[in-house]
Design a protein around this ligand. Structure first.
Ligand code: HEM
Length: 506
């Protein structure tokens, strides 16, 4: 008898659990507003669809396919929406938008000696963001950056010298531009090159370590509430440090430690200030003899330069060289422009940033390469503000997460035309004013509006100074044109396999 009562009780509990679970899924699935949006069924009830598609490492292609299939607004999660309609860009990303960054960005906070701290890139609260950005904005201004050109020149000179030794040989050009980008950003930030190019290696495994962390950030960032049980938890992070394969996923500490060491140099009495004022020096603003920013804040800005500035510039440089190698007409046209400017004596040695800006075709090549291959390949998530919002005719309640993938914006045929999937720099030179405005609105390679990239000018400086300077002396061709490069989208869309033969020009 007791057995019977027990098993009936057990079944009742199971039934109750099943019903409550079912009700839970129905509530999620039929959330107001969101229930009207199309998308994969699994995505509407669970984060698994996003976790899985992100883990596969090609989420930009997944988002492109979803929009091709479902249209301009797609439900990609229980409370996540992806949009492809360019007219929504000002609402979500505009300069005075109320849509703030989501908890995805929490994954990019850094562990300072005083605890977890947001960076300019990762901070979610917009008031705090403004307060963080204000004291450093001038260090990123064009006039400040021009003073940093000589540091960039030193790195281009090292790269050129190294290439001399590789003429006639095949090199991993993708890896070399990565080393170049890291050396430039560390020179500009701390007047101290990490020395990747000189040592021809990934010094202290910094690049591999950051890559590991990006894999973690991208995947766990799809369900950021898990972070506090993983590397967001000091005990787990400490335990993981004993397992080498896992420890590399928790690598922000390498860069933060490097940045902290540079900061100590500045504070040491014997520090021999260099003539050129690097960015860390510019960040150290003093008022009434007191440093305005705390050391933790300085550390966060310096580390953010490295995290945000090296992989992005490297991916963009790879895109420039790759698309030139794949499009001989554009390649020849660019070489002709550089040669012509050289003949007319319009290029110094090394090429200055101002001179490179007058190379109109080159500038169009860079823009088109960044359009074809935006460095960031996940959704730039924002949160629907208090009170909800009408997004493209659909009412989304507050707390819904919405965003656009730069890859989706860049391949919008309604904006770029039927050849949107083709590399054609001319589109930027031929477009009339209205068309250009439309194309620029969709150009999200550097983000947009309130949270647009702070280092855009730095990266344009790096690219503008390097590419024409190299192409005066060297040329590159794919070692095996039948082989495609490989892409991995873990926040940054990294390319591997850009193996090129180095040729001497002239
Ligand atoms: C070609 C190179 C670069 C590309 C494609 C790029 C791309 C981006 C994008 C797409 C965003 C916005 C992300 C979002 O809204 O979620 C961003 C933000 C940011 N980038 Fe860059 N970036 C580049 C270079 C740099 C460099 C060199 C630095 C620093 C030296 C830098 C520092 C930042 C910072 C601090 C932010 C956050 C800005 C804010 O929220 O106020 N970036 N970048």
């Amino acid at each position: 008898m007791l057995d019977l009562v027990g098993s009936v009780g057990g079944y009742s509990i199971l039934l109750l659990l099943a019903v409550s679970q079912l009700l839970y899924y129905i509530t999620i699935r039929y959330r107001p507003g969101l229930r009207k949006l199309p998308g994969p069924f699994l995505a509407s009830v669970s984060d698994l669809d996003r976790l899985w598609s992100c883990a596969k490492g090609l989420q930009m292609n997944y988002h492109l396919r979803l929009h091709d299939h479902y249209g301009p607004l797609v439900r990609i999660g229980p409370k996540h929406v992806s949009f492809s309609d360019a007219t929504l860009i000002p609402l979500v990303y505009g300069i005075s938008t109320k849509f703030w960054k989501s908890d995805f960005y929490k994954m990019f906070d850094i562990k300072a000696p005083t605890g977890w701290a947001p960076t300019t890139f990762s901070v979610r609260d917009e008031d705090r963001h403004k307060a963080m950005k204000r004291p450093v904005a001038s260090a990123f201004s064009m006039s400040s950056l021009k003073e940093l050109e000589p540091m960039n020149d030193d790195c281009s000179a090292i790269f050129s010298r190294k290439l001399e030794g590789f003429v006639g040989q095949e090199i991993d050009l993708g890896q070399w531009v990565h080393w170049y980008a890291f050396d430039v950003i560390s020179s500009i930030t701390f007047s101290n090159r990490i020395g990747f190019m000189e040592q021809e290696t990934d010094v202290n495994n910094i690049i591999a370590a950051i890559e590991g962390r990006l894999v973690y950030n991208s995947i766990v960032g799809q369900a950021p509430y898990l972070h506090k049980y993983l590397f967001g938890n000091s005990i787990v992070a400490w335990l993981a440090s004993f397992i080498p394969a896992i420890a590399t996923l928790n690598s922000s500490r390498y860069i933060v430690a490097f940045a902290a060491k540079q900061l100590q140099r500045y504070q040491s009495k014997n520090f021999n200030a260099v003539d050129l004022r690097d960015m860390l020096d510019r960040f150290r603003v003093f008022k009434d003899g007191k440093q305005v920013m705390s050391d933790s804040e300085l550390l966060s800005h310096a580390s953010s330069n490295i995290f945000a500035g090296a992989d992005t510039t490297a991916a963009s440089l790879r895109a420039v060289f790759y698309y030139l190698c794949r499009n001989s007409q554009a390649h020849q046209k660019l070489l002709a422009e550089i040669d012509e400017a050289d003949r007319k004596g319009e290029l110094s040695d090394p090429v200055t940033f101002t001179e490179a800006q007058d190379l109109k075709y080159f500038q169009a090549v860079v823009k088109e390469a960044l359009r074809m291959h935006p460095a960031v390949g996940l959704l730039m998530e924002r949160v629907v503000p208090e009170g909800g919002a009408d997004v493209g005719g659909v009412w989304l309640s507050e707390g819904t997460i919405i965003g656009m993938n730069s890859w989706v914006a860049a391949r919008d045929r309604a904006v770029y035309g039927e050849d949107a999937y083709e590399f054609r720099p001319e589109r930027w030179l031929e477009a009339d004013e209205i068309q250009l405005k439309l194309m620029d609105r969709n150009f999200l390679a550097f983000g947009a509006g309130a949270r647009t990239c702070l280092g855009k000018n730095i990266s344009l400086l790096e690219m503008s100074k390097l590419v024409p300077q190299l192409l005066r002396r060297f040329d590159f061709e794919l070692a095996d044109p039948s082989k495609e490069w490989t892409l991995h989208d873990y926040w940054f869309v990294k390319q591997t396999g850009l193996i090129c033969k180095v040729k001497r020009r002239g």
